[in-house]
Design a protein around this ligand. Structure first.
Ligand code: G3P
Length: 216
C-alpha cells in the first residue's frame, strides 16, 4: 500500500520523507490556503522534496477551465497529477486530459457509482472521502470495500486512494480492504509510529544498560 501525505506543508513533508514512508502528496485548495502560498510555487517546492505523484487541484468549475488549468499544472513538474472534482465537468476534463497522457485524481468521491464513472472517464486515481462520510453517520470504509470489489471484478486499473483519513485505524482498515493508497495528514503518520509498549521497552532497555555501562 502506498502512503501519501495530505498536506501542503513542506517542512512536514521533509520530515516524513526522511523516515522513508512517503510515496506521494495530495493537496487541495483548503490545504494551500492554510499555507498562504501560491499553488505553483508550493507544488514546485513539494516536487523537490518528494519523488512521487503530487495532486494539484483545479479551481475552475467548467470543463474548459479545468482542462486549461490541468495542462498548465503538468508543465510545473512531471509528477503532477491533476485533481478534478467528481462533477460532469470534472469527468469531461478527465476524459480529455487522460487522452493527452495526463495523470488525474478524481476527488470528492462519495459513492461507488461516482467511482465507476470516474474510472470509465479514465481517472488514474479516485479519492473516496472516508472521514467525511463517517462525519454524517455513513460508513466511509464500506464505500472503500465496495469500490475495491467492483474494480477487482472488472480488472479496472484506476487506483483507489482512501482520502479524508482521520485516524490510524482508517489506514489499517483501508489496507485490509485493498485500497491502493491512503492519503493522510501528518498527524496521522505521527500517531501510527507510536506505541506505549515501544516507549516502555526502550526505557527498560536503557535502564538495564545503565547498570552495566561501566563494564563496556
Ligand atoms: O484532500 C482530500 C481529503 O483528504 C480531505 O480530508 O479531512 O478535509 O475531510 P478532510
Amino acid at each position: 500500500m502506498q502512503f501519501f501525505l495530505d498536506t501542503a506543508n513542506v517542512e512536514s513533508i521533509k520530515k516524513f520523507v526522511s523516515w522513508g514512508v512517503v510515496d506521494g502528496v495530495t493537496t487541495n485548495p483548503s490545504l494551500i490556503a492554510k499555507e498562504g502560498v501560491s499553488l505553483e510555487k508550493r507544488i514546485k517546492e513539494i516536487a523537490e522534496v518528494v519523488d512521487g505523484p503530487i495532486s494539484s487541484e483545479v479551481i475552475a468549475t467548467d470543463a474548459e477551465g479545468m482542462i486549461k488549468e490541468g495542462r498548465e499544472y503538468v508543465k510545473w513538474h512531471k509528477n503532477v497529477y491533476v485533481k478534478l472534482p467528481m462533477t460532469p465537468a470534472g469527468l469531461e476534463a478527465c476524459k480529455v486530459l487522460t487522452s493527452e497522457g495526463i495523470k488525474t485524481n478524481v476527488t470528492l468521491v462519495f459513492s461507488s457509482s461516482q467511482a465507476l464513472l470516474a474510472a470509465k472517464a479514465g481517472a488514474t486515481l479516485i479519492s473516496p472521502f472516508v472521514g467525511r462520510l463517517d462525519d454524517i453517520s455513513e460508513d466511509g470504509m464500506a464505500l472503500i470495500a465496495e469500490i475495491v470489489e467492483i474494480f477487482k471484478n472488472f480488472d479496472i486499473q484506476t487506483k483507489v486512494l482512501a482520502a479524508s483519513i482521520r485516524h490510524p485505524r482508517h489506514v489499517i482498515d483501508a489496507a485490509r480492504l485493498g485500497a491502493d493508497i491512503a492519503t493522510m495528514p501528518p498527524e496521522i503518520l505521527e500517531k501510527m509510529v507510536k506505541h506505549p509498549l515501544t516507549d516502555k521497552g526502550i526505557a527498560a532497555f536503557l535502564a538495564d544498560w545503565e547498570k552495566v555501562k561501566s563494564l563496556q
